[in-house]
Design a binder for this molecule. Structure first.
Ligand code: NAD
Ligand code: TDX
Length: 333
């Protein structure tokens, strides 16, 4: 029975991964999470507590990290400052958590020769033109645009260096945009759903032409577990489910599914340096590790996600006012 240390699992994707791990394997899981504004202990409620231990702490705290890594067989590292817009107004927490935190974990897994899987993003590659036939692959050069994506790129490069210089047994995955339950309302899809639930309107940056490659969070989790179990040490895998959509189409679909006119949205100030398009080629993961996404129908996945936010106001209500106040302060409300 493996002992997993999962960082950042009071957040959106890490919590989904822990649920996936506990329901599909007999692993024991320790979660390390700082419970920043983005973390919520309730997100892990209802999981089997005989196999789950929650530790409230910081990945930059070398003492706590050392103690937890020493007692683990596998580390899966999700913890991060994760929102581009926040990184534009206050970059320092991104440098600290994403770079210094990853460094702290790498030094500990190096000390104990612990298997390490590093969660990253397609944003490290920069962006593509709207009409570019290419997609990102494992060979695409890094070219990040924002403080967020540059700190994720920096953390990936630390992992690669620790593999090559110190023989750390690590893998990296770079995934596209996730959607599903328990995503913070600062992010694009939950922000629009909760705006409509509150009687307001969706807010599109710029002209809404930007394209994101959507994947259901469950598919991200199954891919990460597959890589943690069978990935080649030192390798990078791109995770994506062929879900390209422009933001305007997504907002129109949210409005339609929620019974509103499809044009009942507002155009607001664009994001500085806004990446135009992301698109993932996940051939390597599919052919070498036999992974397939299960949530191919975006419309159905989005409808389920809307239902989840409708039924779980108690989970997201506490985040909403502060999030909208941040957007109002920069002209995006
Ligand atoms: P999130 O913001 O929902 O959750 C982040 C979690 O990390 C929170 O629980 C927070 O409390 C915790 N955390 C933050 N700083 C910490 C610290 N110093 N020590 C310990 N815990 C800390 O993020 P998410 O959307 O679930 O993203 C998880 C990971 O997946 C990140 O590494 C992100 O870069 C990556 N990723 C996200 C997406 C996406 O679409 N959201 C896509 C690809 C990759
Ligand atoms: O209100 C909004 N209106 C809008 O048009 C918000 C919040 C966003 N947008 C646009 C910006 C992007 O083009 O929607 C798109 C998606 O925005 P985000 O949800 O902020 O995601 P993005 O910036 O693409 O980054 C996400 O995917 C990669 C995650 O937040 C990252 O953690 C992940 O690495």
């Amino acid at each position: 029975m493996s002992r997993f240390l999962v960082t950042g699992a009071a957040g959106f994707i890490g919590s989904n991964f822990v649920r996936h791990l506990l329901t599909t394997t007999d692993a024991r899981v320790t979660v390390l999470d700082k419970l920043t504004y983005a973390g919520d202990r309730r997100t892990l409620d209802g999981l089997p507590d005989d196999r789950l231990t929650f530790v409230h702490g910081d990945i930059c705290d070398a003492e706590v990290v050392d103690r937890l890594v020493a007692a683990s067989d596998v580390v899966v590292h999700f913890a991060a400052e994760s929102h581009n817009d926040n990184s534009l107004s206050e970059p320092w927490p991104f440098v600290e958590t994403n770079i210094v935190g990853t460094y702290t974990l790498l030094e500990a897994v190096r000390r104990y020769d612990t298997r390490y899987h590093h969660i990253s993003t397609d944003e490290v590659f920069g962006d593509l033109e709207l009409d570019d036939p290419e997609r990102f692959s494992e060979d695409t050069p890094y070219n990040p645009s924002s403080p967020y994506s540059s700190t994720k790129a920096g953390s990936d490069l630390l992992v690669r260096a620790w593999v090559r210089s110190f023989g750390v047994r690590a893998t990296i995955s770079n995934c596209s945009n996730n959607y599903g339950p328990f995503q913070h309302v600062e992010k694009f899809i939950p922000r629009q759903i909760t705006n409509v639930l509150d009687g307001g309107r969706p807010k599109l940056y710029g002209q809404g032409r930007n394209v994101r490659d959507w994947i259901h969070v469950e598919d991200h989790s199954s891919a990460v577990l597959r890589i943690a179990e069978r990935g080649e040490i030192g390798a990078t895998y791109l995770i994506g489910a062929d879900g390209e959509q422009n933001n305007r189409d997504v907002v129109e679909l949210v409005l339609e599914l929620m019974g509103r006119p499809r044009d009942a949205y507002d155009l607001v100030t664009d994001r500085a340096g806004h990446d135009l398009r992301y698109a993932i080629d996940s051939t390597r993961l599919r052919t070498e590790l036999g992974w397939q996404p299960r949530f191919a129908d975006f419309r159905a996945g989005l409808a389920d996600t809307i239902d989840w936010y409708r039924a779980n106001e108690g989970w997201w209500r506490g985040q909403k006012a502060a999030t909208e106040a941040k957007y109002a302060a920069v002209g995006q409300a």
